[in-house]
Design a protein around this ligand. Structure first.
Ligand code: HEM
Ligand SMILES: [Cu+2]
Length: 593
């Protein structure tokens, strides 16, 4: 393996064996920590806006400021800072490579931080209460647009640095063969980021020009079209980055890899080519677009991106199952699942993220992308429930999970408060599950999103639709979910901060944790390989018949991952059922026949 350029000091990680160059290490940590601090800020706002429903005295004016800032802080700043960290991590450490322009990367961090500071100032002082969608004719202070634009330019520069790192690594031969799958997934995320940010720059750029008086007005329909290039595109960046992190977590916790890596790569290619079409689902009621255009782009063509998600949905659990069977857990259909390392926070985060993302976020997303069904829940709290199940239950949980490895490995410190870390994914995910399900229920009952005063008590013509009936109890469930979720969030931030400040220094931060990268598991495999055993390429692990499933498992013994096959069938059944029940709801709304 070629050495890193001598000028850049580096070390070899005792756990993973990767070359860690100092510049890359500091940049990854700094960007990730900035993200985590912003997550803490966004969580503080979340609990305030959620408890306002239970009478926490927050004026309507402040509620809107907080919702605007919560949305931008979480959706843009937390996720993108962490993604920049992931891009730097993938393009340096996973390739044994170096940061090509560390100074530029630091300047860029400064630029992004400045962007955040400007935008937050404008939002929290009431100069930009336009929500992150910023639809004209709403207008905000110039500084707000400037802040968001600076931040976006920073993310673009980070993508450019990521590409440059990979090209240099290839040229300096720091890795062999094709890009590792995790880096490949991050590459898909970065490519999607580039074209999303380009459309976002047009949208926000137009508003910026208008705010300084350079142009007279911005056509709202044109704006919406460009805005959703980034509004939706950014979610696809989150999706691709999350899936890359899932694959990384399988490697970290079980030493596993996908059964068919080529297929997983192909699925990432499908994302790059087709996923942006889904953007039109935000414009399903937009009068500016023709019906056939909307239907075509949200259904027929988008289905190729859904196919990609279904490939990953199969590939991820299969990788877990095969890894577990290779480790010897072969009893029955689900013995591998029962014997999984549930106490390992990275593993529980992985599974919770995959399950909630698939069963809730994915399924409700397809519902909302279907024009007719969308009419039932458009602009209600259902939408908010859906996207919290994607970016919170899915992406945020996955990013939290990988932090349990990145932070100790990069700081050479042991994870602090391991017990709290063990519980954290469960508390957070269960809270968000309740939060999202309750929001969806509220939305189906007609509760709108982005409304401070649900009772319209200060309206000239008061309506008290939401003050009685099922509404107060459903909104109470939303608030209870919020309390649990925020508690889980505090636990995460606490463990991270304590690890950073107080974690015991060690060159084996994995001790006591189950990292297949560096623990006995890895040594066992190395020893086996050294002894000439070919267990490592064992692709047909036997299924030991046992108990109730004995007959089934013998019949399925040709399958590499029969448990996954069963889970996937259950998922499809749930998908079909959910779709049918939704259509039943629709037929009641608009009686058929
Ligand atoms: C941790 C617990 C969280 C709670 C309790 C929470 C709660 C809420 C609530 C109550 C709203 C306002 C809904 C309304 O329109 O009435 C909201 C909006 C929103 N949240 Fe969260 N949230 C949490 C975490 C997150 C995270 C981690 C993200 C992103 C990664 C996120 C992204 C958003 C976005 C984009 C909005 C929409 C803002 C808008 O309408 O402009 N939230 N959240
Ligand atoms: Cu979208």
């Amino acid at each position: 393996m070629a050495a890193v350029t001598p000028a850049a000091p580096s070390r070899v990680c005792n756990v993973t064996g990767f070359t860690i160059e100092r510049n890359g290490q500091r940049l990854v940590l700094t960007n990730a920590v900035a993200g985590i601090l912003l997550l803490a800020a966004g969580g503080t706002m979340a609990i305030l806006i959620a408890l306002q429903r239970q009478g926490l005295p927050i004026s309507d004016e402040w509620w809107y400021r907080l919702v605007a800032s919560h949305g931008a802080t979480m959706l843009l700043f937390w996720l993108l800072f962490f993604e920049v960290a992931a891009l730097y991590w993938g393009s340096t450490m996973l390739l044994n490579a170096r940061m090509v322009a560390p100074r530029l990367a630091w300047a860029n961090f400064g630029l992004m931080a400045l962007g955040v500071a400007l935008a937050e100032w404008a939002m929290l002082t009431g100069r930009a209460v336009v929500m992150f969608t910023a639809y004209p004719p709403l207008t905000a202070h110039t500084v707000y647009y400037l802040g968001v634009l600076l931040f976006a330019v920073g993310v673009l520069v980070a993508c450019a640095l990521f590409f440059a790192n990979i090209i240099t690594a290839k040229r300096e031969r720091t890795y062999e063969g094709s890009l590792p799958l995790v880096v490949y997934g991050l590459l898909a995320a970065a490519i999607i980021a580039v074209y999303s940010l380009a459309t976002g720059a047009v949208a926000y750029g137009l508003l910026f020009l208008q705010s300084v008086g350079a142009i007279e007005s911005v056509d709202p329909a044109t704006y919406r079209l460009f805005f959703w290039g980034i509004g939706h595109g950014a979610q696809q960046v989150n999706l691709a980055a999350m899936i890359a992190v899932w694959y990384a977590l399988i490697g970290f916790t079980l030493g596993g890899r996908p059964v068919n890596e080529g297929l997983s790569r192909f699925a990432f290619l499908l994302y790059i080519a087709f996923i942006h079409l889904g953007a039109v689902h935000h414009l399903l009621v937009d009068p500016g677009l023709g019906t056939s255009h909307r239907i075509m782009n949200t259904s027929y063509l988008l289905y190729l991106a859904v196919l990609a998600s279904l490939i990953h949905a199969f590939s991820i659990p299969a990788a877990i199952e095969v890894a577990q069977r290779e480790r010897g857990y072969r009893r029955g259909l689900f013995g591998w699942l029962r014997m999984a390392p549930w106490r390992e926070p990275g593993f529980s985060s992985l599974v919770l993220s995959v399950v909630y993302f698939g069963f809730i976020a994915g399924v409700t997303g397809v519902l909302m992308g279907t024009m007719q069904l969308n009419m039932m829940i458009h602009n209600t709290l259902f939408v908010v429930g859906h996207f919290h199940s994607t970016v919170v239950s899915g992406t945020t949980v996955a990013f939290m999970g990988i932090s349990y490895y990145l932070v100790p490995l990069l700081t050479s410190r042991k994870l602090a408060n391991r017990r709290m870390a063990r519980w954290q994914p469960w508390v957070f995910s269960t809270g968000v599950l309740l939060l999202t399900l309750a929001m969806m229920l509220a939305g189906r009952l007609g509760v709108p999103r982005r409304v401070a005063d649900l009772d319209y008590s200060q309206a000239p013509l008061g309506v008290d639709q939401f003050a009685s009936g099922p509404y107060p109890s459903v909104m109470l469930l939303v608030s209870i979910g919020a309390v649990f979720a925020v508690t889980g969030g505090i636990m995460f931030v606490w463990v991270m901060v304590m690890t950073l400040l107080r974690g015991e220094r060690t060159d084996r931060p994995d001790e006591g944790l189950l990292y297949a990268f560096g623990t006995p598991e890895r040594e066992r495999r190395t020893a086996l390989a050294a002894a000439g055993a070919d267990t490592l390429v064992m692709t047909h692990p036997g299924i030991e018949p046992s108990g109730r499933f004995a007959r089934l498992t013998t019949r399925w013994s040709g399958f590499e991952a029969p448990g996954t096959y069963a889970i996937v069938l259950a998922f499809l059944a749930w998908f079909v059922l959910f779709y049918l029940v939704s259509h039943l709801g629709l037929s009641r709304l608009w009686p058929v026949g």
